[in-house]
Design a protein around this ligand. Structure first.
Ligand code: SF4
Length: 296
């Protein structure tokens, strides 16, 4: 149930929001409280299709049983969301809505990454109606130069992973937790993620994917607000509803899976088989089949 505001509180908040708008501040976000993890249940083992040549995992290990866990969804509408709706709210055209979010981002200086050598903001790319969305950590040097996520070597591997799922890069949407390159490819810091990720949440709310794949621990921890090692984060689905956006009667949220970041897989190719298991779980849920094997 949305929270009902008393007239006094509503008036005070309205005044505060108006004041912030006059100061040039338009975005208000609230980090949702950490949800308790629900019991884990085992689901049937996925079909063994790890031999797909497009993905080329290093090993064909036995498939471990997959698990699914359910996270509690944020139950309430944000008070500030009620008072200060987003520009894209009510815009049903996904392309137009994403454009409004990009315009709202502007030449963003909201966090310190704007002054640490970025060439441009890397907003996101792909099908605005995608059923499947990949979320990485942040742009690297190639992405910073080209203005598109996952275009370097890690991007090539991600393309192969997508192809192995029987779909094309153009079929999915790809974005990052932070939209500006951290200097030296360092891990984005907490305050940078907290400042930038609300825009990602808004992108997700517009696209309304069925499944989100978090690429790497930084992405997973930011999306799920869980601090856990990859070994615990992987191998299950989470129910995911973007924080800080209005509940949507037409979309009850996405299922979220966690897998390794392609850059990590380039450093440790032995883990490709594990990543492939994660993708198979997603394929099973989406009803995707790998492309037919090509004769060598
Ligand atoms: Fe703005 Fe995000 Fe870039 Fe920080 S990382 S300056 S919040 S676009």
């Amino acid at each position: 149930m949305p929270r009902v505001l008393s007239p006094d509180l509503r008036s005070a908040l309205t005044e505060r929001v108006r004041y912030c708008h006059e100061m040039g501040v338009y975005d208000f976000y609230r980090r949702e409280p950490l949800a308790a993890e629900a019991p884990v249940t085992t689901v049937p083992e996925p079909e063994d299709i790890a031999s797909n040549p497009a993905f080329q995992p290093e090993s064909r290990e036995e498939m471990a049983p997959r698990k699914t866990a359910v996270m509690a969804k944020p139950a309430e509408e944000s008070i500030l969301e009620v008072i200060a709706p987003k520009p894209e709210q009510g815009v049903t055209d996904h392309v137009a809505a994403l454009k409004l979010i990009r315009e709202d981002l502007g030449d963003c200086t909201r966090c310190k990454l704007h002054k640490q050598g970025r060439k441009q903001i890397v907003f996101g790319v792909g099908n605005p109606h995608a059923d499947l969305m990949f979320v990485g950590e942040g742009p690297g040097a190639d992405e910073d130069t080209q203005g598109e996520p996952f275009v370097g070597r890690a991007g090539q591997l991600l393309n192969n992973m997508i192809k192995a799922m029987g779909i094309r890069r153009e079929d999915v949407y790809i974005a990052n937790v932070v939209k500006c390159r951290p200097p030296g490819n360092r891990t984005p810091e907490r305050d940078e993620c907290d400042t930038c990720s609300p825009f990602l949440m808004r992108q997700i709310a517009v696209i309304k994917p069925k499944v989100i794949v978090a690429l790497g621990a930084v992405s997973a921890k930011n999306l799920l607000a869980i601090n856990a090692p990859m070994s615990e984060l992987r191998g299950r689905f989470y129910d995911f509803m973007p924080a800080g956006v209005r509940p949507d009667p037409d979309w009850q949220g996405a299922r979220l899976a966690v897998t390794y970041h392609p850059a990590f897989l380039l450093r440790d190719p032995r883990q490709k088989g594990e990543a492939w298991k994660d993708l198979q779980m997603v394929m099973k849920f989406l009803g995707l089949k790998p492309p037919p094997k090509t004769e060598v």
